[in-house]
Design a protein around this ligand. Sequence first.
Ligand SMILES: [Cu+2]
Length: 470
Amino acid sequence: MIPWAILRAAAFASLVGCGPPGGEGTPASADQRTLRQLWVATDLDPADDVVEVTIIAEPGVAPLDEGLTSVLGYRDGGDPSSRVTVPGPLIVAKVGDRLRVHFVNALPGLTTTLHWHGLRLPVAMDGNPMVSGAVPPGGTFEYDFVLRDAGLFWYHPHVDTDVQLESGLQGVLLVREAEPPLVDRERIFVLDDVSLTDDGSVDVDLDIADAMLGRRGDRITVNGGPAGVVLANAGAVERWRLVNTANGRYFDLSLDGLPLRVIGWDGGLLSDPYEVDVLRVAPGERYDVIVKLPAEGDSVVLETLAVDRGGGQWDEAAPLVEVSLRASATVASVVPTTSRSIAAMTPESVRSFVLSSKLDGPTAPVFFINDQRWPLNTPIEVSRGEADVWEVVNDEDHHHPFHIHGLFFQVLDIDGVAPGVVGWKDTVDIPPRATARLAVPYDEPGMWMFHCQIPEHAERGMMGDLLVMP
Ligand SMILES: [Cu+2]
């Protein structure tokens, strides 16, 4: 990891004389210590309520660290000057829009799909290869659906997900509310990690620790690059959207001890905001946070604290983003009120799930849900419009982030502790030996997957199928 003093020194060097006058952007310098910005996908349809993009999956190079790294990634096919980026193009839309994605698989020799993590959509659009087939090399697929929910979502393959995701195939979809809260600025931070091989490509080798805990990179990336600096107005109120796209790494976020006001989860705004000093973000999870930056001082630092992963394994502490403060007379200083009415669910029937693993040979763990290993599992049959409590038991000494496709659930409690607010999630961290109780409403009909969001676990068996009957 970058020693913080060096990062800070480089940050100051990059800021001398290069701040955009009165602008809201990050420093205009090409200095590598400026936090990377996301490429925004080109909207090809002029209609106000249609977003039409072309996403091409192909090999490329991306500046994940100091140099260029060979990756598999996504490119904005709507702009001839685009190149592969990691994360891929940021798709921006608003709730109710129709999203059309012309997808091109230009990955040599690899089948793939686009899975829209968290979205409620028709099952044929979910990127489940067992439902709609995998897109062959040279093939195309038309994803076309209405964006029913506001929030931050992300897309990635659902074929050999552990390797394809780690190789760089991931992107972000921001669906805005019809009337978003007023803030000085919104930012998206995509949190990931990567290890590089000697020849400058992404290391996707799997050792026993990777198999047990998900591939963990030895360097953290934010928006596809190293820790870096953003400029902000002192005293400003900002809205930060956070997503963890790592295979295995957990983040415990801290902003110099300032309160992080959580206003939304995976599935949009909460019934009530709440404040934390440290925000845990498990793989696949998204959090929507309001921060009120100090009115005085040079900077504040968003960092991740060390996380105990169980089994003697730790994700190490590291700086992520330095927010460099400058005086401004025009900031909004009032934290907006954000809440929405969400009826708390109280289903009566309970379904039980147990997450477990065992060693299949000395270095090859395999993973189970209710002693069944995907794809040799029996689908669960339920009816649309009904709901159950899912009691999910983590029968292991390490974490599992649990994800259900095509719907949002409410977290009732984890080991008896209720979250205290009502909100919608599609991914929930289940700590070692803990039991999560989730209220799960069955929404779109079709065959949906549910699985651990650590793809090394899912691809080795910790995945199931949920058949929602019309
Ligand atoms: Cu897992």
